[in-house]
Design a protein around this ligand. Structure first.
Ligand code: BG6
Length: 297
């Protein structure tokens, strides 16, 4: 693996900052953080992990959950926002010492460029994880769009998993419902990875939930009666959707997550995982994208 040198916040700000719209500063743990303010939203992202930690359309509450207990520390993933999981999802298949969800979320990415559109702003980041070159474009606007393009730079086929592990902020996890996956098969990670089929009803949280829905390209809609909104996670180039809430015991067992915070989040992860791992031909490019939009109830 090749890890990038961290880009200095001041230097990045001089080169890419746009007064009043985009600023870079040294955030907690000395990690370079971008703050975005457009006519349509505010947003926040760290170059460390290419990690989006904030998205808030004007007139709305924050869309993403970030734990109050997260450690902003190299070597650890930020808990919340949108971790980029790559090139594997979950534990490494054979190496127990390898980081959970791959090195992408604990790597300093390079900022390659910034694009301003009418009322949106895009940040383009890149990183190399041998044999892959990865370009990641995040657009903050009325909606949050994230597109991960993976190129196989080697001479042989390479297989990877990936996820945009979106932590959505919710009013009360016990009261949300998620639609879009009726009839879809999933691997139930809290029940011995058994293959099950989602009944024709919204997914609700009544205990620890950790499911990899497979062979699905559908959008999901989370209905939150407490905040009074619907969040849609639409996607392309993704055949898996992971639904995760740690619930009480797992929350208590995580050192970087508050005991009660499971009530405030629900993950809808745009992924290619397990049976949907991507086999990429030499020189081939695969793009996966997720778009998060809001609607008031
Ligand atoms: C989810 C996985 O995507 O991420 C869960 O399906 C896992 O199994 C969760 O517990 C959090 O993972 P981590 O490595 O960030 O603690």
């Amino acid at each position: 693996m090749r890890y990038h040198q961290a880009m200095d916040a001041q230097e990045v700000d001089k080169r890419f900052g746009v007064p009043g719209v985009l600023t870079f500063e040294s955030g907690p743990g000395g990690l370079t953080r971008a703050s975005v303010t457009t006519a349509s939203c505010s947003g926040q992202m760290y170059l460390y992990g290419a990690h989006v930690t904030g998205f808030q359309p004007v007139g709305h509450k924050p869309v993403l959950f970030v734990s109050d207990a997260t450690m902003y520390q190299r070597g650890k993933a930020i808990r919340g926002g949108v971790p980029v999981c790559f090139p594997w999802f979950g534990p490494h298949p054979s190496d127990k010492a390898a980081p959970s969800h791959g090195p992408a979320r604990i790597t300093d990415w390079e900022l390659a460029g910034v694009d301003r559109e009418e009322d949106a702003l895009s940040l383009n980041l890149s990183a190399a994880f041998d044999p892959y070159q990865v370009d990641y474009r995040v657009t903050f606007g009325h909606e949050l769009s994230m597109a991960l393009a993976v190129r196989n730079t080697s001479e042989s086929t390479a297989t990877f998993e990936s996820a945009l592990h979106t932590y959505l902020a919710v009013g009360d996890a016990r009261q949300v419902g998620i639609t879009g996956l009726s009839g879809v098969e999933y691997l139930d990670k809290v029940d011995g990875t058994k293959r099950k089929t989602q009944p024709d009803q919204p997914i609700t949280f009544t205990g620890e939930t950790d499911r990899v829905y497979v062979d699905t390209g559908s959008a999901c809609v989370l209905t939150d009666p407490v905040i009074g909104r619907q969040i849609t996670v639409d996607k392309s180039g993704s055949r898996s959707t992971v639904i995760w809430n740690p619930w009480v015991d797992k929350a208590a067992a995580m050192g970087d997550f508050g005991n009660e915070e499971w009530l405030e989040m629900a993950c809808i992860e745009t992924a290619n995982a397990g049976p949907n791992a991507v086999a990429l031909a030499p020189g081939g490019v695969h793009e996966m994208s997720a778009t998060v939009t809001l609607r008031d109830l």
